[in-house]
Design a protein around this ligand. Structure first.
Ligand code: C5P
Length: 223
């Protein structure tokens, strides 16, 4: 499959990342984790003490930043910020908490969307995030919206944080997930929306394998 674009959106914890990686691996496509790019920019702004309320400063910083995503043979992605590996640093709760300031800035999103389009168009890709089906590739051949109940999404995130050695309480993870839903769904640019022509999948009681199979079956149907 060449130059095929598969766009997958949904809220945090809907299973997008895990599923997208496996779909990309199965189809031999590049996997593009667009959230990792916003995370890397957030980390840089925090490290350099850029005022998170200053959209212009954040746009300027973005224009001077080099973000590289390298997909490893096992489909894991390494994230490089101006040449340094920040794969783990971008997953901390502090970074997650501050992404909303970066993600709402139109100039920042313009730069990210441009890179995402250029990278994916070269050889095709599976892109996942919040606006890949609505802004980045609204005309993608294959579009999916993954969803799950808040409690289930929080439980998944809690497990993921634990596996990264980050200790927190499940109730805090649930509160954070709810806050992130609100900021993702209500920002003026690049908000999380369910595209009318995206295939909707509720993953609450599905295994990863079932979701991957469902997506691959839908792709065969649409082909
Ligand atoms: O997917 P992940 O949870 O790593 O994304 C982190 C945050 O980055 C999201 O909560 C969202 O605010 C932002 N994001 C975005 N646009 C995307 C992907 C992620 O604004 N396409």
């Amino acid at each position: 499959m060449n130059n095929i674009i598969i766009a997958i959106d949904g809220p945090a914890g809907s299973g997008k990342s895990t599923v997208s990686k496996l779909v990309a691996k199965e189809l031999g496509l590049l996997y593009l984790d667009t959230g990792a790019m916003y995370r890397a920019l957030t980390l840089k702004a925090m490290r350099e003490n850029v005022d998170l309320e200053d959209g212009e400063a954040l746009t300027l910083m973005t224009e001077k930043t080099l973000i590289r995503l390298d997909t490893m043979p096992d489909a894991e992605t390494k994230v490089f910020l101006d040449g340094s590996d920040v794969t783990f640093e971008i997953r901390t709760p502090e970074v997650t908490d501050n992404i909303k300031y970066i993600a709402r800035v139109p100039g920042v999103r313009r730069s990210m969307v441009k890179i995402q389009r250029e990278t994916a168009a070269k050889k095709g890709a599976v892109l996942e995030g919040r606006d890949t089906t609505t802004v980045v590739f609204p005309d993608a051949q294959y579009k999916f919206y993954l969803d799950a109940d808040l409690k289930e999404r929080a439980a998944r995130r809690f497990k993921e944080l634990r596996s990264l050695g980050i200790e927190t309480a499940l109730s805090d993870v649930e509160k954070d997930a709810k806050k992130r839903d609100i900021s993702d769904e209500t920002r003026k640019v690049g908000a999380l929306k369910r595209a009318k022509d995206a295939v909707y999948i509720d993953t609450t009681s599905m295994s990863i394998d079932e979701v991957v199979k469902k997506i691959l079956a839908e792709i065969k149907k649409i082909k």
